[in-house]
Design a binder for this molecule. Structure first.
Ligand code: ADP
Ligand code: MG
Length: 207
């Protein structure tokens, strides 16, 4: 069976983590092996880098290099072997988040991010390893902030002002316009409605 690489994207508080259990259950009910993971993170080295990136202020190039270093380790150790086994890989954030947060949010050079993407995700023959489908949870940053208020202790990004998340959201929108693998989910709806959109998105792509 061919592996399937599914990523969940969207600003903090958009509802990604709220739906990953149900996604795992859906694929397992169909007899698929599921590898569930997240970025930055997913390996001991990458989780260490995650802690550094989410806790400490640093310049945008340092941050970008660290998240791509974490991604490289994650791809080599976890994602590529899982896809080769035929697993469904459910990954909470991937490279689109780097374009949205470091590119959009922090205004870092997206051409340089594309170079790093080539280095880290380049395959034999020059193709890039990309997700097969990306569920993009889109909702107004104000609503995401309301949902997050009191829900958890904010990390470095989550404590940014709403203007930052407007730029991140714009970064996601820009990136989503470049590739048909993106499915926009209206994440402002109720949990049930969001789940229905996810099921419809998968069905619409024969998944
Ligand atoms: N559709 C929804 N309607 C209302 N609240 C939601 C919805 N989806 C998630 N939440 C709540 O919003 C907060 C952020 O959701 P979460 O899944 O952690 O977002 P993310 O993983 O994208 O940062 C949580 O407290 C969660 O319970
Ligand atoms: Mg989450």
């Amino acid at each position: 069976m061919k592996g399937l690489f599914l990523t969940l994207e969207g600003i903090d508080g958009a509802g990604k983590s709220s739906h990953i259990d149900a996604l795992e259950a859906l694929f397992k009910a169909r007899g698929r092996q599921v590898t569930r993971t997240r970025e930055p993170g997913g390996t001991p080295i990458a989780e260490t880098l995650r802690t550094m990136v989410l806790a400490q202020p640093m310049d945008a190039l340092t941050e970008s290099l660290l998240v791509f270093a974490a991604r490289r380790d994650h791809l080599v150790q976890v994602i590529e072997p899982a896809l080769a086994r035929g697993d469904v890989v459910l990954c909470d954030r991937f490279t689109d988040a780097t374009f949205a947060y470091q590119g959009g949010g922090r205004g870092f050079d997206t051409a340089l991010l594309s170079t790093l993407e080539q280095w880290v995700q380049g395959q034999a023959g020059g193709a890039l390893l990309q997700p097969d489908i990306t569920l993009w949870f889109d909702l107004p940053p104000e609503l995401a902030a309301e949902r997050l208020a009191g829900a958890r202790l904010p990390d470095k990004f989550e404590s940014q002002p709403v203007e930052f998340f407007r730029r991140v959201a714009a970064g996601y929108a820009q990136r989503a316009a470049t590739a048909p693998r993106f499915v926009r989910i209206d994440a402002s709806q109720s949990r049930d409605q969001v789940w229905q959109q996810i099921e419809a998105a998968l069905a619409g792509r024969g998944l």
